[in-house]
Design a protein around this ligand. Structure first.
Ligand SMILES: [Zn+2]
Length: 53
């Protein structure tokens, strides 16, 4: 599962259906980020089982 963060931002996303999922100018990594913030929308989608990974 991939985590993406828009360059210049501090929030990591992991749901492709997140409205803020970065599609350009982003950094991607496969492991859980150890710095920065985790997206609240991704968290909510994950909790509701609505997260497309
Ligand atoms: Zn997100």
């Amino acid at each position: 599962m991939a985590y993406r963060k828009k360059n210049g931002k501090d929030t990591w996303h992991w749901c492709r259906n997140c409205s803020n999922w970065p599609t350009s100018d982003y950094k991607e990594q496969q492991s859980k980020p150890t710095s920065g913030e985790l997206c609240n929308e991704c968290k909510a989608k994950d909790r509701d089982g609505d997260c497309t990974k």
